[in-house]
Design a binder for this molecule. Structure first.
Ligand code: HPA
Ligand code: ZN
Length: 326
């Protein structure tokens, strides 16, 4: 029997498609593309998924992404996630992709975006899952590389709704990317940014004031600045929070210590998300179930979290109205 939370329709707003690469598919693609993996077996890969921080995770995540070469690889990866999303009653998803991880290995941008977009199109038609695509710049690379990526991406602008910022946060503040985000917005795209996962609350202010983001990805370190908490609540700038990720990457020592219930009850627009489900031990429903248990979330809090997922999305107001639950 499915629990109420499993049955509820919901949106996911923080999922890296490269982070949905399950070890089984990783091995299949490695074989198909004649690439060697640093693991001997699926089991060995799973056992290596113990991380001490964001950086130690990213090292493994980028190694995994090395098996993706052809359009069909990006299609298969995306399609695998979308089938899982269907089973979890995700009716709308906003997916991050990291093109620089692939273009830096010589893979054309077109191969990446065509493979992903084709799977999204089939999911719209066959699974009734709506979606948007968000391109993330890697913040540990240069702003010049981000500008070059934007230039190429603009040719496929109809497939992209927003631009974001991910990868190693420490010492790579949002301010480093101000000028490229100015151009992103001038070209009509929305913006989001990972901030306040490992970085300080000041990085969240920078994302708001310099990058003019519509949402903050993670953002849990806002708790260190009461003025920021008040601002996020007043302006209803959503946080896309990822509970299992936060414990796996030692942002919190345990789910019981997570601050999302505190922030929710201070009036912030908090949403629940999976981040990199193949690496962090669960998809969206597993995140909902684990955090509900750990923090004793009430029925009313769960309803709020689900409706926040629609409210914080880039759907139109009418599309949101059609999805809100009573
Ligand atoms: N943080 C930053 N970059 C990422 C993450 C994350 O949680 N997942 C994939 N890239
Ligand atoms: Zn993320």
């Amino acid at each position: 029997m499915k629990t109420r939370i499993e049955q509820l329709p919901k949106a996911e707003l923080h999922i890296h498609i490269e982070g949905a690469l399950e070890p089984e598919l990783m091995f299949k693609l490695a074989q198909r593309n004649h690439k060697k993996l640093p693991f001997d077996s699926v089991e060995a890969a799973k056992q290596a998924y113990e991380f001490k921080d964001l950086k130690s995770f990213l090292d493994i995540y980028y190694q995994g992404a090395n098996v993706l070469w052809r359009e069909e690889d990006f299609y298969d990866l995306t399609w695998h996630y979308l089938q899982k999303a269907k089973k979890q009653n995700i009716c709308h998803t906003e997916i991050f992709f990291d093109p620089q991880t692939h273009t830096n290995r010589g893979i054309p941008f077109e191969v990446i975006i065509t493979g992903i977009s084709e799977a999204l199109k089939v999911a719209r038609e066959r699974l009734n899952i709506s979606s948007h695509l968000i391109l993330c710049f890697l913040r540990d690379l240069t702003i010049e590389s981000a500008f070059e990526t934007l230039k190429t991406a603009t040719k496929y602008g109809d497939k992209i709704i927003a631009f974001g910022l991910d990868s190693a946060e420490k010492n790579n503040p949002p301010s480093k990317f101000k000028e490229v985000f100015d151009k992103v917005r001038a070209e009509g795209f929305l913006t989001v940014a990972h901030a306040g996962e490992e970085g300080t609350s000041d990085y969240i202010w920078q994302a708001i004031n310099l990058l003019k983001v519509s949402r903050i990805d993670h953002g849990v370190r806002c708790i260190d600045d009461p003025n920021l908490v008040k601002f996020l609540a007043d302006k209803q700038i959503p946080l896309t929070v990822c509970p299992l990720s936060n414990v796996k990457l030692k942002v919190f020592n345990s789910l019981g210590e997570h601050n999302l219930k505190t922030l929710l009850n201070q009036g912030l627009c908090i949403t629940i998300n999976s981040d990199d489900p193949a690496y962090f031990g669960g998809y969206l429903n597993e995140n909902f179930i684990a955090i509900t248990e750990a923090l004793n979330l009430t029925k009313a809090e769960l309803k709020k979290l689900v409706n926040n997922s629609f409210q914080a999305s880039f759907l139109s107001q009418q599309e949101k109205e059609n999805l809100f639950i009573q």
